[in-house]
Ligand binder design. Structure first.
Ligand code: TNX
Length: 519
């Protein structure tokens, strides 16, 4: 439980899982819903399905994975409806009044995460080629179910009828959380994962190391976590994840079809490691732990062999904990590393990561080195770096600081955050097209979008929420919905409706004046 309130525990538990539409009027037109990200195609029939006490969620066929997803839906709906909707398997013909989840033949158009949701007066039928698609479709059901305000009977829930065919425009839709500048425990990270799931995002990138802290246990170099993890910005006590705790986060994310991308930043941003092991320093002396917010002062000793033995050990252990394809090697702002050292360093680290069966992701500076075609440069600042990556055949992940940095203040009055890149109001975070923002790059060069929350000024979950909401749903939509269907003047009304979800989840959001919350 993330907040302390003097409210009975049962009530809080129910509040945390209530879908967003609890106050919405009885739905009659599916196309007028406020689903975020906006689905690719919606056909409304004007009817509605009624969820009743005796409705069940049926899984066609018997995959354990599908039963788990069905249970996830039941666990989200039940506290909202007050029903005890059960999950059952079946192979017989659908019976009226129930929800059916089934896998169809993998369909090219629906892809890995697409789904088709058909709602009639009698049935809700959700089909997808893959379980991930069913999971994404369930978020749509969560967003469109509503209490029937017209009904005199209590406990009547309706879903507007029609068909939604939906699939993402981009395969990578992520958020970065810097757990290094300030440390956030397992429960906070899981809460963030739940938020990502609701908006159909599929990556959480964790910044696990930086000058101020090392946050993951490495068994072959234990002092990294024990000493390097012992503090944070401002001098607080810091913390780290044991490998067991980290695996628990990975599993929790995986159950929501979200991949964890771990980042160990190097060769700069490495003071926590340099303070933990003297041999990683060129002069053989361990540095002091650092709790300030300057960048660019630290570097690994790129011409010492032990540095590469260290990196190999770290990435071997991290790869074993990482089911996803990417290891993020940072590579940004290495102002204390000479460029003639930086380039061979990145090339060699790329070999190490590849030798453990993983692909390299790195901040845009890594494009100064020789990228492998399956490496990805995360564009945050330098246009020519993004272009260099593409000219080497590599792909780019879009995180421009001026649009997608969640640690940027909304305006000059925002009590948290920084503004070195820009003030980013909620509309500014939404009104841009990642496929056209860098000259020379097109959709084919881009794997997706990531909002980045650096945490120099962010110390707890409340503050995370304030910076993330309501900008994050916009990033989710930019990654999922084709740009031709995106328009702030229409989106802002759907965003305003999210306040019901924010309130039900007790999310501390920024009530931007640019969003028509009350209309
Ligand atoms: C730049 S963006 C950084 C981070 C800081 C951030 C603060 C990037 C790749 N590096 O180290 O935390 O600015 O906004």
């Amino acid at each position: 439980m993330k907040k302390t309130m003097v409210i009975p525990a049962i009530f809080i538990t129910a509040m945390m899982i209530i879908p967003m539409s609890c106050k919405t009027e009885t739905p009659s037109d599916l196309s007028k819903g406020s689903v975020i990200p906006k689905p690719v195609s919606i056909t409304a029939t004007g009817d509605y399905f009624t969820l009743k006490e005796k409705s069940s969620i049926f899984i066609r066929g018997e995959a354990d994975e599908m039963i788990q997803i069905g249970q996830y839906l039941a666990d989200k709906l039940n506290p909202f409806t007050g029903f005890a909707t059960k999950v059952k398997t079946t192979s017989s013909e659908p019976r009226s009044g129930n929800i059916y989840l089934s896998l169809s033949d993998p369909d090219n158009k629906l892809g890995d995460e697409g789904y088709e949701l058909t709602i009639t007066k009698k049935l809700v039928t959700l089909t997808a080629g893959k379980p991930a698609g069913i999971f994404r479709g369930i978020q749509t059901i969560r967003q469109i179910i509503a209490k029937d305000s017209a009904s005199k009977k209590p406990g009547v829930f309706k879903i507007a009828a029609g068909t939604i065919t939906d699939y993402p425009d981009y395969s990578y839709r992520g958020m970065m959380l810097d757990v290094s500048r300030h440390f956030f425990g397992v429960e906070d990270v899981k809460q963030v994962i739940e938020y990502l799931a609701f908006y159909k995002m599929n990556v959480l990138h964790l910044g696990l190391s930086n000058d101020q802290g090392w946050r993951i246990e490495i068994k072959s170099w234990p002092n990294l976590a024990l000493h390097g993890g012992s503090t944070q910005v401002g001098g607080g006590k810091g913390g780290y994840y044991t490998q067991e705790q980290y695996s628990d986060i990975v599993k929790y994310a995986k159950e929501r079809y979200i991949t964890i991308v771990p980042e160990i930043d190097m060769p700069g941003h490495t003071n926590a490691a340099l303070a933990s092991y003297a041999e990683l320093n060129c002069n053989g002396k361990a540095t002091e732990l650092y709790t300030g917010t300057e960048v660019g002062f630290s570097t690994f000793c790129t011409n010492k062999e032990i540095t590469y033995k260290f990196i190999d050990d770290v990435f071997r252990e991290l790869s074993a904990l990482t089911p996803g394809p990417y290891i993020h090697i940072g590579g940004d702002e290495s102002h204390s590393t000479k460029i003639e050292d930086y380039i061979p360093f990145v090339n060699r680290v790329q070999e190490i990561v590849t030798s453990h069966g993983k692909q390299v992701l790195g901040w845009d500076e890594i494009a100064l080195a020789s990228l492998k075609p399956n490496s990805v440069a995360q564009w945050w600042a330098n246009v020519s770096n993004a272009q260099k990556a593409v000219s080497q055949g590599a792909k780019v992940l879009m995180s421009p600081a001026v649009k997608a940095y969640l640690d940027m203040q909304y305006d000059s009055t925002t009590p948290l955050g920084l503004h070195w890149a820009a003030y980013i109001e909620v509309d500014e975070a939404y009104k841009w097209d990642h496929a056209t923002i860098v000259p020379g790059l097109g959709k084919e060069n881009i794997i997706g979008i990531e909002g980045a929350l650096w945490t120099e000024t962010i110390t707890n979950l409340d503050e995370i929420e304030y910076m993330v909401f309501p900008r994050l749903p916009g990033y989710a939509e930019i990654g999922w919905t084709p740009s031709s269907m995106r328009n702030w003047d229409e989106y802002k009304y759907r965003l305003a409706k999210q306040a019901e979800y924010f309130k039900a989840m007790d999310i501390n959001y920024y009530p931007s004046k640019r969003v028509p919350w009350d209309e």
